[in-house]
Design a protein around this ligand. Structure first.
Ligand code: TRP
Ligand code: ZN
Length: 465
């Protein structure tokens, strides 16, 4: 499609022969691409994500065999170049890449650490939509984070579970694995008959194949940050229901925990109803929950539309927390990992609100309890010192305290306007802490610098709550 490249080569050779510095991309038809950046300079994970393109859609076609632990994958990534590109990176941890194409033509592949570089045969022009495919296989790895928690690909008692916060999704598919590049997904998964695969969004088909396998297809139309993608493979008891008069709810539980989790799984529509009244319209076309045995994962996670839980964390406060993340974190996602308190502060505050409405515990009481917790004061919520601190007490407790101070300062009317207005304003987008403070000040109609200085950025515990 592009014959410019040959012309360009001639021009370049002439320039070099003539001893003239070749000028880059003059827009007159001799555009020379440069490689996209190998990272997006996240404050905690500078190499996470990649520059030079923006993914619109992932089509993942996967087959997993729990007996061998082997995953066979093909990722088809539709993206738009945001610069003239000679090459671009994807993040991928482990696994073996068997081949790659860009717009149907074989692309050169190289790997270094978690960076997979594809060099298309022809440069990509800024603004052009392109399609990259990567075929890969291998036994996906479990990633241990700096705080000791495990993510990525977890082997469970009878299958596997993929969880990706903050960086683990690179263990099971190549992609632009920074929360700032959100995309739609279609995930097609083949597993041995008798097992099920459950992912995000709506299941659009499930078929038995002739050779003793089952293939299911999962569609997420709304943009999703890759850390929120999940895939659960194993034996599951499932239930279906409808929430909010229209949203299909699918829950799945390992048969060993199905009975113990049944009552709470049935409570998902009611919680979503209460949250919709407080937070505004539910942001996704599907909902649900996945419950695993305790040994299978160490924490609950707000995977988009269908959060995952170990049985021991499947209680009302945690379910309220993970469902609140659908608004705060999943629909409005952090611009960088430094903005994580926007996820955890709101999700924790939703627990306080739920206790206020249903357990006779005013949020003021929860606030005072959090204030008295010395662990909460290790650092300011908007400034976790290292990646080890991203899920530490200050992010959750002081994050929620910030919201309570806003409520105390502005009153309930303005506060509840903010609670629903924030996820409406940044629906399916990304936001920074500064976007948040600016938004709150716009609702308040005044500067709240003192509040931010003390509660969001302050090192010291104030003398009084
Ligand atoms: N974000 C999850 C939640 O609060 C929790 C989480 C993800 C987590 N990764 C973690 C907690 C690592 C501790 C350690 O809903
Ligand atoms: Zn959370």
């Amino acid at each position: 499609m592009n014959s410019r490249r040959r012309i360009l080569t001639g021009v370049l050779a002439f320039a070099l022969l003539a001893g003239v510095a070749a000028c880059t991309g003059d827009g007159s038809g001799g555009v020379r691409g440069t490689p996209g950046a190998a990272g997006l300079r996240d404050p905690y994970f500078p190499r996470l994500g990649n520059g030079g393109y923006d993914v619109g859609h992932y089509a993942l076609t996967l087959a997993y065999d729990p007996a061998t632990g082997r995953l066979d994958g093909r990722a088809e990534i539709t993206a738009t170049a945001t610069q003239d590109l000679s090459a671009f990176n994807l993040d991928l941890a482990g696994l073996t890449v068997r081949g790659a194409t860009v717009d149907g033509a074989p692309a050169a592949v190289s790997r270094a650490g978690n960076e997979l570089t594809l060099r298309p045969r022809e440069d990509l022009d800024k603004g052009a939509e392109f399609r990259a495919t990567v075929t890969y296989d291998g036994v996906p790895q479990t990633i241990t984070d700096s705080d000791g928690s495990e993510e990525g690909w977890l082997k469970t008692s009878d299958g596997a579970l993929a969880v990706g916060e903050p960086t683990g999704s690179m263990a099971w598919f190549p992609g632009n694995h920074h929360p700032s590049d959100k995309a739609a997904y279609d995930v097609t998964v083949t597993v041995p008959a008798g097992l099920k695969a459950v992912s995000n969004g709506v299941m659009t088909s499930e078929k038995k194949t002739a050779d003793g396998h089952t293939t299911s297809v999962w569609h997420s139309a709304e943009p999703m940050a890759s850390y929120l993608a999940t895939l659960a493979i194993g034996r599951y008891d499932t239930t279906t229901a409808t929430a909010l008069g229209k949203v299909p709810v699918l829950t799945a539980a390992d048969p060993q925990v199905a009975a113990k989790s049944a009552a709470l799984r049935a409570g998902v529509p009611e919680i979503l109803q209460w949250q919709t009244e407080n937070f505004g319209p539910y942001p996704f076309a599907a909902a649900g929950a996945i419950v695993e045995r305790d040994g299978d994962l160490g924490y609950a996670l707000e995977t988009q539309s269908r959060p995952v839980f170990p049985l021991g964390s499947f209680d009302t406060p945690t379910l309220v927390h993970e469902l609140a993340h659908q608004w705060y974190g999943d629909s409005v996602s952090p611009a960088t990992w430094k903005d994580i308190w926007l996820n955890e502060g709101f999700a924790t505050y939703s627990e306080w609100l739920y206790a206020e409405d249903f357990a006779h515990t005013p949020a003021q009481k929860s606030f005072e309890r959090a204030f008295a917790d010395e662990d909460a004061w290790a650092f300011p919520p908007a400034e976790p010192p290292t990646s080890e601190d991203l899920f530490a007490a200050p992010v959750y407790q002081r994050g929620a305290m910030v919201l309570h101070k806003i409520r105390q300062t502005l009153g309930d009317d303005a506060f509840f306007e903010i609670l629903a207005g924030w996820p409406a304003k940044y629906r399916h987008a990304n936001a920074t802490t500064e976007d948040f403070t600016r938004y709150v000040e716009s609702v308040a109609g005044r500067d709240l610098g003192d509040l931010w200085d003390v509660w969001l950025y302050g090192d010291e515990k104030p003398a009084k709550p």
